[in-house]
Design a protein around this ligand. Structure first.
Ligand SMILES: Nc1ncnc2c1ncn2[C@@H]1O[C@H](COP(=O)(O)OP(=O)(O)OP(=O)(O)O)[C@@H](O)[C@H]1O
Length: 483
């Protein structure tokens, strides 16, 4: 609790409901004041310091949203939650967007109220604490205007329980942002469970998310906790959520709506308290219009949104990030810190960064490995490019992950450009083999053009991430294990 006996303002014109909440809260050691209309609530707020406020949506002289806006503006440190009619998601979402900390559905479930108050009274003070600021700047590096604004939004968003949706190209730092939201929230002591929905096969996804009981399928020799349940009390980060199949979207919607899950093969529902943070590099609104993503799920997960700009639009961050990675990698490898030469700095500033910060980090790691001296020169940053171009005679520059390196080794043994067929000629090796060769070349070209960023490569090829992975595996180009 924030202090010995916290004080909470209850705003509702139904005396019975107020009494019921008062009793529940008093059992938690919380003192309450009751206001029955908006004006009275505003008056009390001016007279007392409240640790939290809970308001009904319908008030005789106004509505709860007005009070949310009033509290957010005049008493930003007082978390306020709104009572909504059961399943009225529009109001709940409007309240969260207006700055409410959370909402409670009527009829009030005492356990939910209890959880909500526990969280409300633990909201960390974010804006004045130097430690929190340091955490922001430690985890999310950058001084561009876009990053400074993003950090400010994250600090605000972290305080509420609202679902957050993060958009940004691959490698821009969606995972970093999701983690930061969690670290700055009152769930920081709970788990942060991250899952890449594009990296898990459809069959496995249900078991991974919801868990299963022993014996529900042949290899289920023990109960398995699902990832949603593992996030109980913390945050669940669903990266590439747009990769979820329609049936999985329906199941997830239910879990998000009801805050309950049913493991596979179980007849019991389990309550789970998790905050959902999701991300995609795709335009999810377009997917909704195309009928590829459920609109109701989209509304649920998209209450607050954050956009991360591509690195090429944040020039100011490039060298700051590069120096950060040099310092980090040199410290990890226990070697003397290296310096970027002026030419190397110019080179870094001139790159396109299709793979964003991930690509920059990979370039820096490689350059540190290649440079024997104290300074990092252009040749260390670009040497791999030249080498790759000679080896594969392909057009552009792969930035290598260890997996990609393993994969390119495999390619170098077997790839020679497929000769185009003249009009009437038939492929000597037969159609199947010829098409496979072409397919492999196209895949490698796409990977090279996207610096081995598979998400981006899939996008360029107009296919799903899953489908790309399937093809990469087929040609031995993907050495990563299924998550
Ligand atoms: N602003 C940043 N400060 C520090 N490190 C960053 C920043 N942005 C990204 N990174 C680093 O870059 C790499 C890629 O970031 P991250 O995995 O968060 O990207 P992503 O957008 O989630 O990518 P994907 O969509 O492919 O999963 C990570 O190593 C991460 O730590």
């Amino acid at each position: 609790m924030a202090k010995q006996q916290p004080l909470v303002l209850l705003v509702d014109d139904e005396p019975d409901l107020c009494m019921l909440m008062q009793m529940t809260l008093s059992r938690m050691g919380i003192k309450t004041h009751m206001a029955h209309h908006l004006k009275q609530a505003q008056h009390f707020l001016g007279e007392y310091h409240y640790d939290a406020c809970i308001t009904d949506f319908n008030l005789p002289d106004g509505n709860g949203l007005e009070l949310v806006k009033y509290v957010t503006q005049h008493y930003p440190k007082t978390p306020i939650a709104v009572l909504t009619a059961y399943a009225n998601m529009e109001i709940a979402i409007a309240a969260l967007k207006a700055g409410a900390f959370d909402f409670v559905s009527k009829p009030i479930n005492q356990q939910h109220l209890h959880q909500l108050l526990q969280k409300a009274l633990h909201v960390p003070v974010v804006d004045e604490s130097e430690n929190q600021l340091a955490l922001d700047e430690r985890l999310l590096i950058g001084q561009s205007e876009a990053i400074c604004k993003l950090r400010a939004s994250i600090r605000k968003i972290a305080r509420s329980q609202a679902p957050v949706f993060i958009t940004g190209e691959s490698g821009t730092g969606k995972d970093v942002v999701a983690n930061l939201i969690h670290q700055l929230s009152n769930r920081q002591e709970g788990p942060f469970i991250a899952i890449n929905c594009g990296a898990i096969s459809e069959e496995l996804m249900e078991r991974e998310l919801f868990g299963h009981v022993k014996g529900c399928f042949p290899s289920a020799d023990e109960d398995k906790l699902g990832l949603i349940q593992a996030a109980d009390g913390g945050s669940l980060f669903l990266d590439e959520i747009s990769e979820l199949s329609m049936p999985m979207q329906a199941k997830l919607l239910r879990a998000v709506q009801e805050k309950k899950i049913r493991p596979l093969g179980s007849d019991k529902e389990i309550e789970v308290d998790f905050r959902i943070i999701s991300a995609s590099h795709q335009n999810i609104e377009l997917l909704v219009q195309q009928g590829k993503f459920r609109q109701d799920l989209f509304f649920r997960i998209h209450v607050m949104d954050l956009l991360i700009a591509p690195l090429r639009e944040r020039q100011q961050d490039i060298l700051i990030l590069a120096e950060h990675f040099i310092e980090k990698v040199c410290a990890e490898w226990r070697i003397e810190p290296k310096q970027l030469s002026t030419h190397a700095q110019k080179f870094l500033l001139s790159q396109y960064y299709a793979g964003n910060v991930r690509e920059l980090r990979n370039m820096i790691e490689r350059a540190i490995t290649l440079s024997d001296e104290q300074s990092i020169e252009i040749e260390h940053l670009q040497s791999h490019t030249a080498q790759q171009n000679i080896e594969f005679n392909l057009s552009s520059v792969p930035t290598q992950t260890p997996q990609a390196l393993a994969a390119t080794d495999a390619v170098s043994l077997s790839t020679s450009p497929t000769a185009p067929l003249s009009n009437a000629k038939l492929p000597e090796e037969g159609l199947e083999q010829y098409l496979e060769k072409v397919e492999k070349e196209v895949l490698i070209n796409a990977l090279n053009q996207t610096h081995w960023n598979r998400t981006l490569a899939a996008k360029k090829l107009g296919m799903s991430f899953r489908s790309l992975r399937y093809r990469l595996k087929k040609f031995g180009l993907d050495t990563e294990d299924e998550a």
